[in-house]
Design a protein around this ligand. Structure first.
Ligand SMILES: Nc1ncnc2c1ncn2[C@@H]1O[C@H](COP(=O)(O)OP(=O)(O)O)[C@@H](O)[C@H]1O
Ligand SMILES: [Mg+2]
Length: 411
């Protein structure tokens, strides 16, 4: 046998005896009891409860707030627990569909709605107006209310898809929506009649404080495992402290809890301690950074290569960097972009933590300029950067850097 059977058996058995609800390890899991969100749950239920009587919702509820504050959990709690409970034994029941729109197009949203109504249409190629017509005809004929949750609808709009979808669905008989997103300010740009159909008072969800996070983590830990001492209170305290520092994000907190549980089990530990949590958070940051690097566009990769290759611990201003950037472009098939766009790439790199920025005064009344420095990264991350530059631009970043250092290449 080429693998360590005993090791895997141990993990399997430990997981079986320590984890009583494996579903709760998933960040999409919605617990039966949601803490600190009574007001929001009540308001959403108040807004949509007419649908039980097959009546169209008077005002479309909108829910917004930063990531990990329980927006999705609140909506799912109402539509998959409360609503079905009240609709039990009632005919006709509303048809309910939840969609996370960040990966959807206008076509795929309407297509999914038709699918829910058991209408088969090709996955692409049909005129969108015809799909809308199919949807409207079907609802008219069955005379049943349809409730669609468009979660992360702001991401759909940010990706450039048609925001008129909201107008089109809004005007359809029997059609009801719940709109959810981090930032719903784009709704203000819709036509007046659509705007007036939204609930006047959006449901705003705020970040959790440290005490709230601690309770959420403790409850989730108890749902996941009932083995005494495996997830001590001290561990929940520490996880909530770190997650509070990350911005009061409950998803981050649950992910940190779950990563710590996985580490403890695979390392054969009987209790989660500070050391395991620290390892877990490092692993999470590493994975996040890795994903952000993989996701960089070729243009952003050239900006990254510029910093990585030319920036030997020194700060460089944007003009210097842009000149070096043009030099790197010349060795690739990409033509350089102007300063304005280049600064956007630098901003993107800064936001994922790959570079440091400093404002430097240029002297009286001459304003400020930005100086940038490549932020030192662990060996793992450096390897990923080098690999990304090689794959995307066909440049050996380490060799080039070395040649410049030795003066064998133009700086
Ligand atoms: N009030 C809460 N009580 C219990 N669990 C919560 C609460 N808020 C969020 N969670 C959990 O945190 C995670 C992230 O919540 P989610 O609803 O996906 O956030 P959002 O949609 O705002 O980004 C989920 O696993 C969810 O179950
Ligand atoms: Mg969500």
């Amino acid at each position: 046998m080429s693998f360590d059977f005993e090791h895997y058996k141990e993990i399997y058995e430990k997981k079986r005896s320590y984890i009583k609800t494996p579903e709760a390890l998933n960040t999409e899991y919605v617990p039966d009891k949601l803490l600190f969100r009574d007001e929001q749950l009540d308001r959403l239920w108040f807004d949509i409860s007419d649908i039980v009587d097959n009546v169209k919702i008077a005002k479309t509820p909108t829910i917004f707030g930063p990531p990990g504050v329980g927006k999705t959990a609140v909506v799912k709690h109402i539509i998959s627990k409360v609503l079905p409970f009240y609709c039990d034994g009632i005919e006709p029941k509303p048809i309910i569909l939840y969609l996370r729109c960040n990966t959807h197009t206008e076509y795929s949203i309407i297509h999914s709605m038709l699918e829910k109504l058991k209408i088969k249409r090709p996955r692409r190629g049909i005129e969108i107006e015809l799909l809308y017509q199919d949807l409207e005809n079907k609802l008219e004929s069955i005379q049943r209310n349809f409730l669609v949750v468009l979660d992360e609808i702001d991401k759909y709009v940010a990706r450039g898809y048609n925001k008129k979808i909201i107008f089109n669905l809004n005007r359809m008989p029997y059609m009801n929506m719940i709109l959810v997103g981090n930032d719903l300010s784009f709704l203000d740009t819709l036509d007046a009649s659509t705007k007036s159909s939204f609930s006047k008072d959006p449901i705003h969800m705020k970040r959790y404080n440290r005490v709230q996070l601690r309770k959420i983590v403790r409850e989730r830990a108890d749902i996941i495992s009932s083995v005494k001492g495996f997830i001590p209170d001290g561990a929940c305290d520490y996880i909530s402290l770190l997650s509070w520092r990350e911005g009061g994000d409950a998803r981050f907190a649950i992910k940190l809890l779950v990563t710590s549980i996985e580490l403890a089990i695979s390392q054969g530990k009987n209790s989660i301690d500070e050391k395991i949590i620290n390892t877990a958070i490092n692993r999470m940051h590493l994975n996040e950074m890795k994903e952000s690097i993989y996701d960089l566009s070729p243009y952003e990769t050239i900006a990254l290569a510029t910093l990585f290759i030319y920036n030997n611990g020194k700060k460089m201003d944007t003009t210097e960097l842009h000149q070096r950037y043009e030099r790197i472009c010349r060795t690739t098939s990409y033509s350089p972009v102007g300063m304005k766009q280049f600064k956007r790439y630098l901003f993107q790199l800064e936001s994922i933590g790959l570079l440091e920025k400093d404002f430097v005064g240029k002297g009286y009344s001459k304003g400020t300029s930005n100086k940038y420095k490549f932020k030192a990264q662990s060996k793992d991350i450096q390897e990923i950067i080098v690999e990304k530059i090689r794959k995307e631009l066909d440049i050996d970043a380490l060799k080039t850097k070395e040649a410049i250092k030795k003066g064998n290449m133009l700086l």
